[in-house]
Design a protein around this ligand. Sequence first.
Ligand SMILES: [Mg+2]
Length: 320
Amino acid sequence: MEADFINWLRTRVPGHPELMLGIGDDAAILQPAGPGGIVVTSDMLMDGIDFELAACRATDVGRKSLAVNLSDLAAMACRPLACIVSVALPRTNAAELARELYSGILALAAEYDIALAGGDTNTWDGPLVISVTALGQCSERGPLRRDGAQPGDAILVTGQFGGSILGRHFTFSPRVPEALTLHARYTLHAGMDVSDGLSLDLHRLAEASGCGAALNLDAIPVSPSAVQLAAQRNDGVTPLEHALADGEDFELILTLSQSEAERLLRDQPLPIPLTRIGQMVAEPGLWQRNPTGLLTPLRPRGYVHRAEGPAPSDLDQANS
Ligand SMILES: [Mg+2]
């Protein structure tokens, strides 16, 4: 199946100015045009763990496998350059499944101007596994990291949070152009993308920066999907709790000085909402600020991966 499939793929993969040698040789060659360092990120999605192939479209799975990597490049404020796609396909209908996966990948790759530089396609008796590695290039300002937040910084987020399981986890737009615009025009101290839950990922950013984060819960932009999910499940979990703990929002958390935040919020330079949700504080941990200004501890919640926690279904992580 592989030779046929590679021929099919070669006729569909467009050229790219920074891809000197693409699919067909033993390895690909990239010649990046800009001055910055190369950023590398990788994510593997597995049927039964990260998606249920029987319950979704393979084009959506393909799109998402690249989109999650683009979101990590956005988190570093890097320009996407190339991606490498490796797939383990179940033997039944392998060729058809591969075409659907790559259709989703190629459409998003075209949208974000990222070259498909190569990869590997195997069949086996197991379920579908798809692993994408993406390469990006830093701008002159260097990468945006999660360890640069300072006490006193404003915490800003793009978009809205919660309820992505109702569909947005497949259709989200990685915040690449947004990150590039903001990083070029404003002095950002720290940034990351929200993959595992707003409160959990903000806690990680604060830990990496050696400080804490205090949230103004009234300011959290709760998505309409979070409201819908809370109503559907009717299990006592509020829309705000969904916004704080649901994974796969793929929005950005950014920290910057208060004066820079004022300037940015005045400008509103993006076509999507940017919201100030709190402030970095010297005291480590995650906090909520009540209306009188008092800080009380807030438990970070989100999706905890098996390798670092008890089980994916356990939606809590103890506040350490
Ligand atoms: Mg990330």
